[in-house]
Design a protein around this ligand. Sequence first.
Ligand code: PMP
Length: 354
Amino acid sequence: MERIAPRRDVALMKGYHSAQVDVEVRLNTNESPYPPPLEWKQALAQQIEKIDFNRYPDRSAWQLRSEIAKLHKVEPEQVFCGNGSNEVLQAILLAFGGASRTALVFEPTYALHSHIARITQTNVAIAQRDENFSINLDSLVKEIEQAKPSVSFFCSPNNPTGMVDSPQVLDVGLKQNSGLVVVDEAYGQFSSFSALSLFDEELPLAVVRTFSKTWSMAASRLGYMIAPTWVVQACESVILPYHLDALKQQAGILALKFEKEMQQRVNELVDQRNLLFAKLEELDLQLWPSEANFILFRPLKMSGYRLWEELLKRSILVRDCSSWPRLDNCLRVSIGTPQENNIFIQALQEVLNE
Ligand code: PMP
């Protein structure tokens, strides 16, 4: 029998994957190197006892949204949760993108913005960051005028460069735009500026965050957006019923009780990032200043892929970004524990000095 082919555009798509191989030092997906607090695990185990597993979960995830709202001093109606921030991005594009609409991205940036746009049949307008990977204000105005995007994606700190989009960039982006401005802050807690400071019910601004990094909960798949009520309502109408299971809702509610511990981890990782950056500066590398939990670098005297392979031989996995736009030979290393960072830097010194 003849098999049905997938949609033509889907057949041409490559998924977005990072290698999952067994290594001793895993520094390729920007997760937290630390497990969540033990008390959180214990509290969650107690909550599991209370879940009515024969019943659907609270469809509106109201308690979780209320707790996130408290954290950011907004209303629960201004919070939308998803299975990871990727699902939040998908809901935004399902609601505000789609056929005959355009999403604007500034390369190099997080590949999923354009990937999910294409999956939702949204046109993708690709603009370029300048030679330092910042967004130039004049070209920003021009790009928005030309593309007339329904959704403009900013990513701050930007994955994979680690650089923050300035308040001026977002200001111009918002003033120039009749579409929705999405600021992906998956790494927002590591940086000194957050677009949440601009948040207003009257502004078409959505700030997306995740529990995967700072909250040490990548396995739980929980992300959220702070956005005006009408944006949240639109996203709710495209999401599947009961999309957030009861266990995940509890995991998120309980995590928020450990904000102090989360902040401590962030501070430690920022210190470690600064230490690692200083050590990388002593080597033959091109570097970009990072306000995230990772650092992008390019070896100047050998190929990025060879360096990646040499590190892997030593059981260290970093991200090979060479196939991303304008990032030939670039690798990205996530900040690990002090011990992991030492193993990484020693191996790097060894390979580069060989
Ligand atoms: N946005 C950015 C910029 C990211 O780097 C990531 C994770 N790689 C995500 C969103 C998605 O994170 P999650 O779905 O785990 O919340």
